[in-house]
Design a protein around this ligand. Sequence first.
Ligand code: PGA
Length: 256
Amino acid sequence: MEIIIQPTPEAASTVAARIVARRIEQKPNVVLGLATGNTPLQLYRELVQRKLDWRKVTTFNLDEYVGLSPDHPASYHHLMWENLFGHVNIAKENIHIPDGLAKDIPAFCQRYEEAIRSAGGIDLQMLGIGADGHIGFNEPSSSLASRTRIKTLTSRTRADNAPLFGDTAHVPHHVITMGIGTIMDAQQILILAFGETKAQAIADAVEGPVTSMNPASVLQMHAGVRVILDEAAASRLTKADYYRWVYENKPHWQRF
Ligand code: PGA
């Protein structure tokens, strides 16, 4: 894992945007895995400002709430169009987001997996992390080999995600999420975390044992992961000084 600690969420988002932008420039038909929630919003704003060419880019979003239509203001479809897709020249047919209204959820999930495979797999997957260590909506106890499927949110995640719904009672219990095995198949992964509320989940994911109790810890088994943090999210890492030194002393050819 490469741990990159930046002073602020803005600075961390800029590092992430540079990595994503370079990937799009190097491979115009890149396949991106996209995350939602609050964490990647500044990254998306920066990508929009960079005026990249998205015409050949294909995207797969991690997750969506079951029962929400694409135009529901709290749906991840809505979030993605408001914050990214509506502002870049991506082809609509290249956008994939789990369908919260799918009638046959297992069949939909199988097709989603097949679509990722037939696009050639995900080149670069962006992730946030839940305060409980979830990636996508793979809550603690998720199989580390899981594929796209329906999951049930924990009460903590429903409370954390309540603001867009007005009240926790309105947050759906069920979601469709890429599995941990699906995420692990990506060639490269960027995981972003900002703020004190993520500090323990990050410390457990980066420096703790690999365990389904902190699903992000599985990323220790992936050879191409960058963990991009602000100071607050890094505040419980015991080896933070080492990670800072490594980043600040990277040879020129490894910089981005
Ligand atoms: P957040 O959610 O970015 O809104 O904190 C992250 C996540 O749950 O993965």
